[in-house]
Design a protein around this ligand. Structure first.
Ligand code: ZN
Length: 117
């Protein structure tokens, strides 16, 4: 079964790679897009994900964090400061890990959907 071009572009973006060729880097910094692919020259910097990546990150992490908050609230043997620090650290770490990957995948999807002349 062959993967659709949009799915391939999204998976390449998820790995932080150019959605067109899969070799060049998509980002010049943590979230700053490179203006073009260093391997194939595709103008991936023109694709604007806007508010999509943070929105998707919150949508994915929100239910998980809500569940973890309820679980932590039931464990009264653990000190409150440890529960709050643990939840806060997990939330920050999860966002830092997920956000660039989600942004890359969304850019890949948008790259796959762009109009071709
Ligand atoms: Zn490329």
């Amino acid at each position: 079964m062959a993967l659709s071009p949009s799915l391939i572009a999204a998976l390449r973006g998820l790995r932080g790679r150019c959605p067109a060729c899969g070799r060049g880097r998509l980002f010049a910094g943590y979230l700053k897009q490179a203006p073009a692919c260093t391997a194939c020259g595709a103008a991936t910097g023109e694709i604007e994900a806007e508010d999509g990546p943070p929105w998707l990150t919150v949508l994915m992490l929100g239910p998980l964090l809500a569940a973890l908050t309820f679980i932590a609230a039931r464990h009264e043997a653990w000190p409150l400061w440890a529960r709050l620090a643990g939840l806060g650290a997990f939330a920050i770490l999860a966002v830092l890990i997920l956000l660039p990957r989600i942004k890359g995948a969304l850019i890949g999807v948008l790259w796959g959907m762009r109009p071709r002349s």
